[in-house]
Design a protein around this ligand. Structure first.
Ligand code: HAM
Length: 431
């Protein structure tokens, strides 16, 4: 019987692992330079924590089970509830603002499709307890763009679409949606761009948006700019202060040099129920892929999991859509592993010398491997090239080693003992 990888999961052969590491290393580097520190939590959490305020969509995608002690557990589909739990537990001893990042492995029982898997990695960047909430929102958006720019994507490739939960809630209230239906009405609006207009009408009315108000709600979502959003909300008192927040956010983003990277878009509502403020998703400009990242402000989540009332904001970016986009744009760098040296045995009977040289160089921190079986020299040199070695070290008779620069073809012969006294002297690129 032959086994395949479980549906929606991936095997990371060395080539794919190199790409994963490239992405994760870049996530880490950019997080650190933006002042975030790394955390992680367990892959398993109590089901109740994960369903506390995440919403129906994600709850329906959980890999959950009852353990032998009768506890209801699940594999984490996101790390935000874990973050809220961990920060709440130590809130008095953590210096603020809490600027944390993480790269968790996550699990969602989704229907696997382009960019959506059942097991994936997601970069999370969050700020909790900031003095200036809107600046913290802007800082998170900046960090996401900083990374995308780092891996070669510019405003020509990606766009941050920014919406507002409170403005959308204000619109829905004015449209006659009652508070007990608010979460499902928001979830319906979140789906609008992914379903047909007919399907949307069905979903929206079932979610409690009165049919007679649907046009108004859609026009609000379709607003082109801040002015139009304002007009659609005229007469709704609660909107003014939220519009001001959006204005301030835009100012900060402009100050950060991101003017060309963002756009207001009231279609952005987010699928998770815990968001309370500004929300955003990052897309490819062509709009052909699912969201690359999504996030926003979630000021009530810590309290909901037993913690303090404290402002929080952040985003998650998955590796799957990102990889597709990098590939489409030709932005995946050459990632094949490189060796400094590859030791070959010209005579076919010098294994002891080969082992001696290899070991000494490895101790010195020089990446070295060797031909593990006697073969004609030509074949061994081909192998050295294939392994991306900078030098072939050709062990010859009479304790001589030939140091061959594989890029230039130049070769210098020296006594092995002299070479090993100071290998760096011979392994400089002008050799
Ligand atoms: P989310 O929108 O559910 O938000 O996911 C954020 C990103 O994770 C998506 O834009 C996508 O790149 C990736 N992602 C989501 N589901 C999948 C999947 N099935 N396969 C591959 N990639 C996927 C959250 O998870 C929030 N907890 C983010 C957050 C952090 N909000 C505040 N802080």
């Amino acid at each position: 019987m032959r086994f395949k990888a479980v549906k929606g999961t991936r095997d990371f052969y060395p080539e794919q692992m190199a790409l994963r590491n490239y992405i994760v290393d870049s996530w880490r580097r950019v997080s650190l330079r933006n002042g975030f520190v790394e955390f992680d939590g367990p892959v398993l959490e109590y089901l109740d924590l994960l369903t506390a305020k995440s919403g129906e969509e994600i709850a329906s995608q959980l890999f959950s089970f009852v353990d032998r002690g009768g506890r209801q557990l699940a594999l984490r589909p996101e790390i935000t509830p874990t973050l809220a739990r961990m920060v709440s537990a130590k809130i008095n001893s953590l210096p603020r603002p809490i600027k944390w990042f993480s790269v968790p492995r996550l699990f969602r029982a989704e229907n696997p499709q382009k960019g959506r898997l059942r097991e994936f990695f997601q970069w999370n960047v969050d700020i909790i307890g900031a003095d200036n909430d809107i600046l913290a929102d802007a800082e998170c958006i900046f960090t996401a763009v900083d990374f995308l720019h780092e891996v070669g994507l510019t405003h020509k490739d990606i766009i941050v679409r920014i919406g507002s939960r409170p403005l959308t809630v204000a619109m829905l209230r004015a449209a006659g949606v009652s508070d007990d239906k608010m979460d499902s009405a928001l979830a319906a609006l979140d789906k609008r761009s992914r379903v047909s207009p007919e399907a949307f009408i069905e979903i929206a009315t079932a979610a409690g948006i009165p049919a007679k108000s649907l046009d108004d709600v859609c026009r609000f979502q379709d607003s082109k700019d801040l002015q139009e959003i304002k007009e659609r909300l005229s007469g709704i008192a609660a909107a003014e202060v939220e519009l001001e927040k959006i204005r301030t956010l835009m100012e900060y983003l402009d100050d950060m040099g991101l003017s060309e990277y963002y756009q207001l878009d009231m279609h952005i509502v987010r699928g998770l129920a815990y968001y309370t403020g500004i929300v955003y998703e990052i897309f490819d400009r062509a709009g052909s892929l699912r969201a690359i990242a999504g996030g926003g402000r979630y000021d009530n989540l810590l309290k909901l999991v037993g913690g303090p009332e404290i402002g929080a904001t952040g985003f998650g970016m998955g590796d799957a859509v990102l990889e597709i986009l990098l590939r489409e744009k030709g932005k995946i760098p050459e990632l094949s592993p490189k060796l400094d040296c590859f030791v070959v045995d010209a005579e076919g009977n010098q294994l002891k010398q080969v082992i001696g040289i290899t070991t000494k160089l490895r101790w010195e921190g020089i990446a070295t491997d060797f031909a593990s079986k006697p073969q004609p020299l030509r074949k061994q040199l081909t192998l050295a090239n294939r392994r991306n070695a900078q030098y072939a070290l050709i062990v010859q008779k009479n304790n001589i080693v030939g140091i061959k620069n594989l890029a230039t073809g130049e070769q210098k012969n020296v006594e092995i003992s002299r070479f090993l006294e100071n290998p760096y002297e011979y392994l400089t690129s002008d050799n």
